[in-house]
Design a protein around this ligand. Structure first.
Ligand code: MF3
Ligand code: CO
Ligand code: CO
Length: 261
């Protein structure tokens, strides 16, 4: 069942989205060689509370921390850890979700650690970012979830990369994960029809090697099956009653560097 939102509700969701987006802007300066993923978690937790939000991941289905930190071959749901210090050349996805006035805003970005990130890793990260915007460009009243998946899959596979199947985008509102599911692969014209009042995430995970993943024994950390690098970018998107598509989790700084699709 898809819970449709009024324009006023979507604008209220924008407050949560903006807190999450501004949090990622804030964290960027701290992503450096030597910082631990737990330090990033603690900075994010304190920032969220200070700005009137609640970090949604904390205790969500038993998740133990306030953000997800997914380094190199980790696809998603990496758990911040004091012993995990970032190293020059790493790539990291930071995924943050804030609750403001009961509404969730979910977004993630890739960051380069230090100055020696390989051009192959940068190409992968850029592919995931462009894939997200290809997916967003496929959203309009009357289009279907399969149009989003097809746009992403076509672009990523043409670059020689693969699209993760086991984790998908999702409707979002007063709950973290709701209908519809947004697959990042698929066929044009298939799937759920999109329309006014829908709010959902698009969050493609793109791998250098095979698309398959496995979950480590901590029950959360998903890694690529072949140890190849993985990259992910995520936005929360809404469709207003006019049919206008709005990105709820884009910071002012980010809008300036939006890719031209
Ligand atoms: N933010 C993730 C998503 O994009 C969900 C994280 S759930 C957690 O859907 F429990 F791992 F935090
Ligand atoms: Co999400
Ligand atoms: Co997320």
């Amino acid at each position: 069942m898809i819970v449709l939102k009024s324009d006023a509700e979507i604008m209220a969701m924008r407050a949560a989205g903006q807190l999450s987006a501004n949090l990622l802007d804030y964290l960027e300066a701290f992503v450096k060689p030597g910082v631990s993923t737990l330090e990033l978690n603690d900075l994010a937790h304190d920032y969220t509370i200070k700005h009137g939000g609640i970090p949604a991941p904390l205790n969500y289905k038993g998740f133990p921390k306030s953000i997800c930190t997914s380094v190199n071959e980790v696809v998603c749901h990496g758990i911040p850890n004091a012993k995990q210090k970032l190293r020059d050349g790493d790539i990291i996805n930071i995924d943050v979700t804030s609750i403001v006035d009961g509404y969730y805003g979910d977004t993630s970005r890739m960051f380069y650690v230090g100055s020696s990130v390989s051009s192959a890793a940068k190409k992968l990260s850029e592919c995931a970012r462009i894939s997200l915007f290809k997916g967003i460009a496929a959203v309009q009243e009357g289009s279907r979830t399969g149009d989003i998946g097809a746009a992403i899959q076509q672009y990523a596979e043409a670059q020689g990369f693969s699209v993760v199947r086991e984790f998908v985008g999702h409707g979002i509102g007063r709950t973290f994960h709701e209908d519809p599911q947004i697959l990042h692969y698929g066929q044009k014209g298939k799937g759920t029809r999109l329309g006014a009042g829908m709010v959902f995430t698009i969050e493609p995970m793109i791998n250098q090697g095979h698309w398959k993943t496995k979950v480590l024994r901590d029950g959360w950390t998903a890694v690529t099956i072949d140890g190849s690098l993985s990259a992910q970018w995520e936005h929360t998107i809404g469709i207003l009653s006019s049919g206008e598509v709005v990105i709820l989790t884009e910071s002012d700084r980010e809008i300036e560097s939006r890719p031209v699709i």
